[in-house]
Every structure is written in structure tokens, then in C-alpha cells.
Design a protein around this ligand. Sequence first.
Ligand SMILES: Cc1cc2nc3c(=O)[nH]c(=O)nc-3n(C[C@H](O)[C@H](O)[C@H](O)COP(=O)(O)OP(=O)(O)OC[C@H]3O[C@@H](n4cnc5c(N)ncnc54)[C@H](O)[C@@H]3O)c2cc1C
Length: 315
Amino acid sequence: MTIDGAVPPSGATQTSTGMVRVTHHHPALTALAAEGLAAFQRWGDEVGESTFVRTGCAFRVDSQPSLADAGIAAGGSLVDGRALRSHFPGLRCPDEALAVWEDEAGHADPLQCTRQYLGRVGETRRAFVTALRAGHLDTTDGSIEADRVIIATGAWAPELVPELPVRPRRIVWQRLRVRHPRSIGPSYIDEEESLYARWEAADTILASTNCKEFDIHLGEEASPISSSFLARGRTTVTRRLGIEVVGPSEPIDGFDAFTPDGIPIIDVCEDGKTYLATGFCGVGFKLAPSVGRHLADWVLTGDRPGPLAAFATRT
Ligand SMILES: Cc1cc2nc3c(=O)[nH]c(=O)nc-3n(C[C@H](O)[C@H](O)[C@H](O)COP(=O)(O)OP(=O)(O)OC[C@H]3O[C@@H](n4cnc5c(N)ncnc54)[C@H](O)[C@@H]3O)c2cc1C
């Protein structure tokens, strides 16, 4: 049974830009992302109508050899500035630039994917869980006894497990209209420039130009995104990617659960009945299929699957 206080997808998944790529800083995350990508590629056979669009993705790794190694180990290839410019006409980068090129990467629609997953679930109940104790749930729709419970309440997880080291942080992207529409190209990530970008349509690009997420407080209204912040983002896209955009842009204003070390928490509590899957730190959409599969195995067998070993709770 799935219980959600709102109509899913809500929370972070609702605003996710749906990039599905593999290279991450932590090898265990890269491994989960590789499994996730494979699941998106098989989606049509296993879940429902696929929304996955293969575009390729370049992740700049100029001075990050360990990141390059992770991407190559996961099937990516190392490319230089010249090769990058063949994928991104207009890109400003030196010939000696380095990036991991993921040919199979792409994006999928988080709203449709969630709805399709929910269509496969036995029962979905709309209720807030207000308290949880070793398999006993108090909800706004009465009490429920359960052998096993998975808490996957994103940034709200500490409301049910207060000791969790998870905080909500705001993530802002923007939807930008392109002056000269073109066919959908690859995604691009340059952490040094704080630039994440992916095409949505021939005339629209989604971009995040602030990798520094902001702290927020759940239940309190967040301050509006300033027009100068958005204008700086538009300038960065034009300056770095060589793509002319026309304003005003539409902010995509979301938040996710962040852990202090940037690694999710996927674990079981001392009661042996309560499992945790939270703290996805802005990268969790692509991981959902692999996290879900491994958690299901864990719940059914009682044995922690190897790929989840790195995600035990840190205090
Ligand atoms: C702007 C933005 C862009 C992003 N882009 C990407 C991307 O390109 N690729 C990528 O891989 N990831 C991306 N992410 C990250 C990704 O969206 C999240 O990591 C992921 O969706 C987290 O999913 P979740 O299920 O843990 O949490 P959520 O999606 O937040 O879901 C939590 C759910 O728990 C429910 N809930 C909370 N408390 C209770 C309660 N007490 N009782 C009942 N229900 C409750 C909520 O209603 C909600 O439905 C992005 C995030 C944002 C904000």
C-alpha cells in the first residue's frame, strides 16, 4: 500500500527536471544511476508508455580525475573541447577541456513516470502519517498496522524520524525560450560554472545556474525568486552555451531533502520494521527505479542489498 498526504507526484518529484544520467561523485551513486538508466531504457516493456528521450549528456570533469574515472567505469567516454563543440555548437570552452560523454543519457517525465508507477501499486491511500512506531502508523485516515514501512517522505522525513540528518533546501531552475529553435540536443553539466542544462523542446531549454541550493523552512513561505537572479541565469546560458534566449523566463522553484555529505540515506531502523529512503540531494529522480527495486528486495529477504551498503545512516 502507498500512503501519501497529497496527490503524487508532489514534493521534489513534482518539480524535477527529469535528467537521467549516470556520472556522480560517489561511485555507489554512479552504480545506482547506471541501473536507473537501464530501467528507463526498459520502461516500455516493464512499466508503461515510456517518456524517456535519449539525448546524450556531457559532464565537465576538467580538474576532477575521480569523476572522470567514475563516468568511464560506468560506460561514458572522455572527450575534449573540440569533441564537445561538435555536440554543442556555440559552446565556449578551450580545446583542452575534458568531459565525460554519456551517449545513452537523456531525460524522462517525472509526472508521467510517477503516475505509471502508482498505476502498478495495489492500493493508494490519501492520508498524512502523523506518527510512526515499529509498524504502527497514525494517519489522518485512522491507524494502520504494517509488518514493514518504508518512509520515502523526502524533505519531510524528519517529521517522522526526527534524528535524521536531513534538511530541506531550495533548488531553482528556469525554463528559457530559445531565440533560434533547433532540434533537441544533449544535456550539459559544468559544476565549476554552476550550470546544468537540458533541452525540453526545440524552442525551450531548462537550466539551473545556481548549484548552491538555499536553505528553506518547510511550512514557511519562501522568498520570491528575484528577476536579477533569473537574468543572471539567462546570461550564463548565452555566455557559456552560446544559445540566445529571450525573456522573461519561467522559474522552476522546488526543494529536496539534503544530507550534510550529499549522499542519500537508505537504511533500516533499529526496530527492523521501518526502512528509510530520503536525502536524495537533488539527484533522486533517476535513482528511483534502482532504489525501489533494491528496497523491495531488502524488505522481502531481510538482507541489505550490496548496492545500498554505502547509504547507511550517518550521524
Ligand atoms: C527543481 C528540481 C530539479 C530536479 N532535477 C532532477 C533531475 O534532473 N534528475 C534527478 O535525478 N533528480 C532531480 N531532482 C531531484 C529529485 O526530484 C528528487 O531527489 C526526488 O524526486 C526525491 O523524491 P522523494 O520521493 O524522495 O521525495 P518527494 O518527491 O519530495 O516525495 C515525498 C512525498 O512524501 C509525501 N509526504 C511527506 N510527508 C508525508 C506524511 N507525513 N504522510 C504522508 N505523505 C507524506 C509528500 O506528499 C510527497 O509526495 C530535482 C529536484 C528539483 C527540486
